[in-house]
Design a protein. Structure first.
Length: 429
């Protein structure tokens, strides 16, 4: 049994050759499952060279058909040989699965369906193009939003954290936050394991600095207050998102995080007078690739760099930071929370000390200071009709947890819903 996969104009094409019998079906099913991205809606099976098929093979086609149909999509078959055609006809599936004489005909049919869905979406909400992606905006809350800051990024980066710098947070009290923290029975228990963390809708996901490079998470059914998140640096959103952007990258390579923020800031200058240079975002979407960093050691005072410098200094970097420049998780779902600061904007309206605490002085090549954490999931179908909060909740409740990282600005998003809060104030505690 030979299986090939490729993408033609965004459509997954799976080629099957040889005999699709019971044994081959057990081998083919997981490979076909792995090839399906969370945002795939249509699949073409090219059966040119498939000489045999049994009910086991039909079950694979039918299972995938049901899966993509639930996403408002479907599958199409092409180049079906005489024997597989007879099997499909006798089983009655030639009336369920559309069959075409050529790959081009099958692709035209599924692309027509994809185009109709895109047209309907565009008619419901007109789009504007920026940075190689299409943006459509949905209104949300008119109430002002603010950021609450606990601790200081400078204290973290110079590994000066002491026990008295940790604070305990009830999980139910934070909807969106990121920072450095840990779960444990108390301050003493958590200090050695402080790592990258984020909270989403009362759930905590974090990367313990225990040397195993394996994220941990806790999704409570309720909050009795008995389990708390201990944080040394925490940025949390107070208030709601002011609008939601629906984003679709023009190409398969997606749009980089820094370009995404750059587009949002540029569009905000045209459309949103309340944008003063700082915004918070929550993203639910599908990635084209994740690049990341993570702290390898708990940045506590007793383990501070001997030279007194930052853990980001070149001479300290390798000892403290784990960097992954490989593009990973193409086609997986992601949920992120992050902040963006436009350093070219007039930021004088914010508390200077609070602004400094969230590191407004470290700009990337685009003139933006960005700080984003993301959680990667598998098996949560993308649906642009699902609202942002429901999409995030589905990931937490139904998704296969894969990874959690501090995201590099080069991480690429293929399509997403983005909650945008235009920050009116930054409050430091």
């Amino acid at each position: 049994m030979e299986i090939t996969t490729e993408r033609i104009d965004g459509v997954l094409v799976i080629g099957l050759k040889g005999r699709l019998d019971g044994y081959a079906a057990t081998q083919a099913a997981p490979e076909i499952e792995r090839s399906l991205r969370d945002d795939d809606r249509s699949v073409v099976f090219d059966l040119d060279g498939l000489t045999y098929m049994s009910s086991a093979g039909i079950r694979i086609l039918l299972a995938l058909h049901k899966k993509v149909k639930a996403r408002n999509g479907g599958i199409a078959l092409c180049n079906v040989g005489e024997y597989p055609q007879n099997v499909l006809s006798m089983a009655g599936f030639d009336r369920v699965l559309p069959i075409f004489s050529s790959r081009d005909d099958a692709l035209r049919e599924v692309q027509k369906r994809e185009g109709s869905l895109s047209l309907i979406a565009d008619l419901k909400n007109p789009t504007v193009e920026r940075e190689g992606a299409r943006f459509a905006f949905e209104p949300a809350s008119r109430a002002p939003a603010s950021l609450r800051v606990k601790g200081s990024l400078a204290t973290l980066l110079h590994a000066r954290i002491r026990e008295e710098d940790l604070s305990a947070e009830r999980l139910s009290g934070i909807t969106y936050s990121l920072g450095l923290g840990a779960l444990g029975s108390g301050v003493e228990d958590t200090m050695p394991y402080l790592g990258e963390m984020m909270t989403l809708h009362g759930s905590m996901i974090w990367l313990p600095t225990d040397g195993h490079d394996t994220p941990d998470f806790f999704v409570p059914a309720g909050d009795t207050g008995a389990v708390r998140a201990y944080t040394a640096f925490n940025l949390s959103l107070e208030g709601s998102f002011n609008e939601v952007a629906v984003v679709e990258a023009a190409g398969e390579e997606g749009i980089a995080l820094d370009a995404l923020y750059r587009a949002i800031f540029a569009l905000a200058k045209e459309r949103r007078k309340e944008c003063r240079g700082v915004l918070a975002t929550a993203i639910w979407g599908v990635v084209a690739g994740v690049q990341s960093t993570g702290i390898k050691r708990s940045p506590i005072a007793r383990d501070a760099p001997a030279n007194g410098g930052s853990i980001l200094d070149p001479e300290n970097y390798d000892d403290w930071m784990d960097v992954c420049t490989e593009m990973k998780y193409d086609g997986y779902s992601i949920v992120t929370f992050g902040i963006g600061i436009d350093l070219s904007a007039d930021l004088s309206g914010y508390d200077p000390a609070a602004l400094d605490a969230i590191d407004a002085g470290h700009a990337g090549p685009s003139g933006l200071s960005l700080h984003n954490h993301g959680v990667v999931f598998r098996g949560v179908p993308w649906d642009a009709e699902t609202d942002l909060v429901r999409g995030i909740e589905r990931c937490l409740a139904e998704g296969e947890f894969v990874d959690m990282r501090h995201l590099l600005d080069t991480t690429r998003i293929r399509r997403a819903k983005i909650g945008i809060a235009y920050i009116s104030a930054i409050k430091q505690e």
